[in-house]
Structure formats: C-alpha cells, structure tokens
Design a protein around this ligand. Structure first.
Ligand code: PLP
Length: 421
C-alpha cells in the first residue's frame, strides 16, 4: 500500500530484499502480509541475540521513561553501568571506551586515536577489508571498488597489504606450502613506500567480513602482533562485525589469543540500537586529551541500556556456550555439502560467522548461483545474504538464540536449494 513511497529513499541506500517488515521476534521477522521468515542475517550481524530480545525491549522502555538524551552534558547511569558490563568482557587491559554511533565512526575514532598517540600519519589496511563508508573509513576499505568509485581523493598516507584470504591467495600459494608469505608484503611496503616509524596503525578484521567471511590464520595475526610491537605501530582489530558473540566468543580475538592495542566494536553491541566503541588500554585513551574527539549522540542512554541488557542476556542465557555447541554441527553439514556439490568451493568460518563460497569451473566466482540461491531461500522463508568482492559468498549469520530445530530447518532449506543449483 505504501510501496510507492520507496522511491523517495535514496537510490544509493541498497536493501537486501524488497520486503517491508512490520515486526520481529528472535530469529523471525514478519512482513506486511503477515508472512514469517527466518532472518539468518541477524539484521546484518547486529541482532546477535535475536530481534527484539525481551530484556532489551524492556531496558529500552524503562530508560525511555527516565532519560533519552544526555548529549555529553552530564553522566547517566546506563553509561556507567555499561562501563562495568564492557570491562567484564573485554580482554584484560582493554578497559577504556569512547562511545559513538556506528561502526564507521568507531573506525574513524580508532584512526584518530592512533595518529594522536603516535604522532605518526601512515595507516595500513588490507585488501578486501570493509571498515565503513565515511570518507576516512572508505579510504581503508577495498572489499569492492564501488565503495570508493568517484570519491577520490581519499585519505592520504593509507597503504594496503594482502589480507590472508587463503582460498583466493593473492600470491597464488596454498596453506599447506605457505609460510604466511603475504605478511612479507609489509616488508616491501616498509622498504619502498613508507618507513615503519611513520606508520601509526595497522587495522585488520580478524575475520574478513564484507570481503568474504574468511578468518585470518592464527599465525598471521600472531606475527602481525610481533611486527607491530617491534616497530611501535598500533594494532587495531576491527571487531565491528566479528565481535559481541558473533564467533561464539565475545570477540574473535579470543580464538587467536592475540591482543590488539585498539579494538572497534559496533553492530551486535546494543542489539540494534545505534552504538559503537573504540576500545583501548588506559595509556592510550587517557592521553587523548579532552575535546580532541567528541560526540553529541554517541553513548545515547537508550543504546547504553540496550547494550547492558545485551551483555546480561548473553551471560544469563549462556548464549556463547549454547551457540558454540551447535556451530560445529553446522560446519559438519556444510562441509558435507561441499563434498557433494562442485558449486561449493569453500566453507570456512569461526563460530556463527560462516562463509560458503560458490564457484563454477573449479574456482571462478559464481555470482549467479548465489543470486539464485538467495531468492529461492527467500521464497521458502529463509533470509540469507552474500558478501565477497564478487558477491559469490553466502554469509551464514544466525542469531545465537537459534534453536536446534530452527537451525535444522534453515540448513535443510539451504542444503536442498544448493543441491538444486
Ligand atoms: C568490519 C566492519 N567495520 C566497520 C563497518 C561499518 O559499520 P557501520 O555500517 O555501522 O558504519 C562494518 C559494517 O559492515 C564492518 O563490517
């Protein structure tokens, strides 16, 4: 009935489906015709504890009755309670937080903090990375050229190294014979492009998100950590997508045992309320002088209340443990699918951040298969989305609250439709 109004929405703002959703609960969303769908995108990796988790809804309502906005004029209880919640889950020592509204804003803040602290200019990011759409974050993003086209000149002094996306190694290597050779490209950069002592930070997604849902090998991140320490370069982990339970741990870094100097968080942090965070140790954040960075809406009381409720719900319901128990079974089924179907080139992931890469003729990206698969799954009530430079990777992003039966149903639909491709 109101479909004609869609034309007023900027064309640049893409929607993954044409659905108009009127309500959502847990793994389900309901469209304006009353039809129920399973949202295996978790609203773009945001509703990690499901849509409209009752505890989050309650916390928002209660806070709305008391105080909606503070605008950096005064402190407020949900902000202080959130400091307690966040410090209970972040790695020891990473206990200072600057709150803002979106992932891109957190990335901008992290880069500003790194430059401020080191008094250096250079930033290194990785091929295929996605760090957001503001101009600074766009400068660090290279998952697809469309994000950058016609926006040049972007931020200067940004350099690019190879992400260890092993299935499509840029050096043509294979994990069995490679000694993390792509890391060597940093030496090239340091020899030819920028001296390491001019580099403020290296920013990396521990699990490549938009660029293809590909976890970095542990050895890569371990050596990257050493290299940063050796050169006094700050290591930034962008955990905007991989954080807050997405990999069945609070943060993907826990799978690696590697601690960054700065971490960025957003998406799942407040179950759909706008909130993000730059996280660092005291020695960095405490030296960021008051007024050097700031925000009007960041750390909004409603968002903070939603975030506190999110942390509590994950703990109370044991969602990390529960989802972790299911995740290995999901991978087993997807590996079986890969064995049976040539169209599945690779299955990879950490926890509930799973990528299924589709190919034809061996390893050519199969964008068409993914487009067909998405629309057939949607017809059957399962919403999935893709990622990857060639849009040929399905990203499985179920909410942590997905039950065994719901998981079985969703995988059943997915497997049947993949077998029909
Ligand atoms: C790893 C990563 N960083 C940053 C962003 C940007 O977040 P936002 O869209 O909230 O600005 C995203 C969004 O997908 C992301 O996946």
């Amino acid at each position: 009935m109101t479909d004609h109004l869609k034309r007023h929405i900027s064309n640049a703002w893409g929607f993954a489906t044409d659905m108009t959703v009127t309500r959502a609960q847990g793994v389900y969303v309901f469209d304006d015709a009353g039809r129920k769908y399973m949202d295996f995108t978790s609203g773009h990796a945001v509703c990690n504890i499901g849509h409209n988790h009752p505890a989050v809804v309650e916390a928002i309502k209660e806070q709305a009755d008391r105080l909606i906005h503070a605008g950096s004029i005064f402190y407020y209880e949900p902000l202080l309670r959130l400091m307690e919640s966040l410090t209970s889950i972040t790695p020891p020592g990473l206990d200072r937080f600057f709150l803002s509204n979106s992932g891109a804003e957190a990335v901008e803040g992290a880069v500003k903090l790194a430059r401020y602290h080191t008094r250096r200019q250079g930033i290194i990011s990785f091929t295929g990375a996605f760090h957001g759409r503001t101009l600074g974050a766009t400068s660090l993003t290279s998952s697809a050229v469309k994000y950058r086209a016609r926006y040049h000149p972007l931020l200067p002094s940004v350099y690019r190294a190879f992400y260890p996306y092993c299935y499509r190694c840029m050096l043509g290597k294979h994990p069995s014979t490679c000694d993390i050779d792509c890391l060597g490209y940093l030496d090239y950069l340091f020899t030819h492009e920028i001296a390491p002592e001019e580099v403020a930070a290296i920013i990396i997604e521990p699990v490549l998100g938009e660029g293809g849902y590909a976890p970095a090998p542990a050895a890569f991140l371990e050596r990257l950590r050493c290299l940063c320490t050796d050169h006094g370069i700050l290591l930034i982990f962008d955990e905007v997508q991989s954080g807050f339970g997405r990999t069945c741990k609070w943060f993907a870094l826990e799978h690696y045992g590697v601690k960054p100097d700065i971490m960025t968080l957003a998406k799942g942090i407040a179950s759909g309320m706008p909130l993000s965070a730059v996280v660092s140790a005291a020695e960095l954040m405490d030296g960021w002088e008051t007024g050097s960075h700031g925000t009007t809406f960041g750390g909004n009381p409603l968002s903070c209340a939603a975030s506190v409720a999110t942390v509590e719900a994950i703990k109370r319901e044991g969602l990390l443990e529960k989802s972790d128990r299911l995740a290995s079974g999901v991978m087993t089924r997807l590996f079986a699918l890969k064995r049976d179907c040539d169209v599945v080139g690779d299955v990879r992931g950490l926890g509930y951040m799973i990528g299924v890469e589709f190919v034809r003729n061996g390893d050519t990206p199969n964008t068409g298969a993914v487009a067909r698969l998405k629309s057939r799954c949607l017809e059957r009530g399962l919403i999935i989305i893709e990622c990857g430079t060639h849009r040929n990777v399905i990203r499985f992003i179920p909410p942590l609250v997905t039950t065994v039966d719901q998981m079985d149903e969703a995988l059943g639909i997915f497997e049947e439709e993949v077998r029909k491709l």
